[in-house]
Design a binder for this molecule. Structure first.
Ligand SMILES: [Zn+2]
Length: 169
């Protein structure tokens, strides 16, 4: 069961003018209705962690969320709201993806304990948001501790490989 040492063997997905690498141990699941303009791909690991790659039309959000940072903030707040929790820590960094300014965030959402339920661990969401003016699409790549638990083996590696190799145009 030991993982091979060093860099895991990789495969490349190339579709609709975008591409990224992922470790061969991962299984891809496509949103069946996805199109060039709008869709998502789940990169699933045997440890149940998932890295999502999603995209959509830039024109639909450009007014409301003009920068990747605005977009990232909006997504984190929406995730906290849908988890009925609150954002209690956000680490942000400006990075670049395929030459585009990108907003990296690692956010922690505190989930309130239910009336009778046990204390629930904070949810951690790691994401990058960026906007591709060349193809008029926005991209969000994210993963959450909800899938596979906070320490899911390999999740950070898969996220890193996908984001480092991502090409949107
Ligand atoms: Zn691009």
């Amino acid at each position: 069961m030991a993982e091979p040492q060093g860099e895991a063997e990789r495969d490349t997905l190339r579709i609709y003018g975008m591409s990224f690498d992922f470790p061969v141990s991962q299984k891809l699941e496509f949103d069946p209705k996805f199109t060039r303009e709008d869709g998502s791909v789940a990169v699933k690991s045997p440890t149940k962690s998932v890295v999502f790659v999603t995209w959509g039309e830039l024109g639909r959000i450009a007014k409301k969320l003009p920068t990747p940072r605005d977009h990232s903030k909006y997504s984190m707040e929406r995730a906290a709201k849908s988890a009925r929790g609150r954002l209690n820590h956000v680490e942000q960094r400006d990075v670049q993806i395929n030459g585009h300014p990108a907003a990296y965030s690692r956010a922690e959402i505190a989930i309130p304990r239910g009336l009778l339920g046990p204390q629930r661990p904070n949810q951690e969401i790691v994401s990058v948001h960026f906007h591709c003016d060349r193809t008029s699409r926005y991209f969000v790549i994210y993963t959450s501790s909800d899938w596979g638990g906070p320490g899911a083996e390999g999740r950070d590696d898969v996220f890193r490989v996908v984001t480092e190799t991502f090409r949107c145009h």
